[in-house]
Design a protein around this ligand. Structure first.
Ligand code: IMP
Ligand code: MG
Length: 339
């Protein structure tokens, strides 16, 4: 196979990191690559033994020891965050020797984080204040520094775009990990300026890592059974905080600790748009335990309940795309392969 791109259908926080890690491990991916804007999106994976992976800069698909980690040239790199994650994860996963960022990545300077944190407009619109949006703006103005200009990154740069395309030409599998969600896309969201600083679609992620489109073999669209949204902007079918608490499904963000607003179910028009824009070949249905607490902690397809099976059937019938993965709990082990 060639490239598998993992994309979120709604407003993010759907478990893309977990899905990307699963796919990279399953296919023994040659490369696990981070696409997206920068360090604004947090990805986390919790394991049943209590260990966890939390990243904002690095991709999550490194469970297979031979998989190389890369950050695409369109992704802003914050050297502080990059080294903090390497320090934290290297002892368990031996990441230093297999991690590289594209030498053309724009850098996030501490001052960029500060600018977002003190920008009243961005704050009102829920920015994560990671500095990623300012880095993109400075890059567009040709004023950003790049990874190749930063001496502390000297041992960690590569021509990632070339590596990935050559790997695909050899017939290897690479997993491209998108960030955020389709409906937060800068130029495709209906909610501008309640959106992020770039598009968050299949094509945008391919571009972020410099991938030749001919190498895209699979697009896995991650569909959160009860979608959520942080920051401002409309969320169809939004639950009240009291209802979330009653159902014990309240969620807090990895990157910012903010409480996420949650919906009672899928907005079909939004999903139809996400399918139209992203061209998925498979769907991963996540947070099924929030749809039906009966499936919580399931590890086998036989444990899926009628409400979950019903939603899977509806997705497959409406879009004629197979649901291949079903996530039933907080742990990595609760991601179940069903097709
Ligand atoms: P920024 O990209 O950090 O400026 O954030 C812009 C908007 O995108 C805000 O509403 C954020 O809450 C939202 N956003 C940014 N990153 C994420 C993410 O990883 N998950 C969900 N929402 C995000
Ligand atoms: Mg981009």
């Amino acid at each position: 196979m060639s490239a598998i791109i993992v994309v979120d259908a709604f407003w993010g926080d759907s478990g893309k990191g977990k899905v990307a890690a699963f796919l990279a491990q399953k296919h023994q991916a040659a490369y696990s690559v981070r696409a997206g804007i920068g360090t604004n999106a947090g990805h986390s994976i919790l394991f049943a033994d209590g260990s966890e992976i939390r990243t904002r800069q690095l991709p999550c698909g490194f469970l297979h020891p031979d998989t190389q980690l890369r950050v695409g040239s369109g992704v802003a790199v914050d050297p502080e965050q990059f080294f903090a994650e390497l320090d934290q994860l290297d002892p368990s996963y031996r990441l230093r020797e297999r991690t590289r960022v594209d030498y053309r990545c724009p850098l996030i300077l501490p001052e960029y984080r500060q600018r977002e944190a003190t920008d009243v407009f961005l704050q009102e619109h829920g920015t994560t204040a990671s500095g990623s949006g300012v880095a993109r703006a400075e890059f567009a103005l040709r004023k950003a520094r790049q990874a190749r200009d930063e001496h502390v990154l000297a041992d960690y740069t590569a021509d990632v775009a070339r590596e990935l395309n050559e790997s695909c030409l050899r017939g290897e599998t690479i997993v491209v990990e998108g960030s955020q969600g389709t409906h937060l896309s800068l130029a495709l969201s209906d909610d501008y300026p309640d959106c992020t600083s770039d598009n968050c679609t299949t094509a945008a992620f391919a571009d972020d890592v410099g991938l030749n489109w001919r190498h895209i073999a699979e697009v896995c669209l991650v569909v959160k059974a009860l979608p959520s949204r942080v920051g401002t902007g409309p969320l169809p079918l939004q639950l009240t905080p009291a209802e979330e608490d009653r159902r014990d499904i309240a969620e807090y963000g990895v990157a910012t600790g903010r409480r996420r607003r949650k919906a009672s179910g899928i907005s079909w028009p939004h999903l139809e748009t996400a399918v139209l824009l992203n061209g998925p070949t498979q769907l991963a249905l996540t947070f099924c335990d929030h749809l039906d607490p009966e499936v919580a902690n399931a590890r086998h397809p036989s444990a899926l309940t009628a409400p979950v099976r019903c939603l899977i059937d509806e997705l497959e019938t409406r879009f004629n795309i197979p649901v291949t993965l079903c996530d039933c709990g907080v742990h990595f082990e609760n991601l179940i392969e069903i097709a």
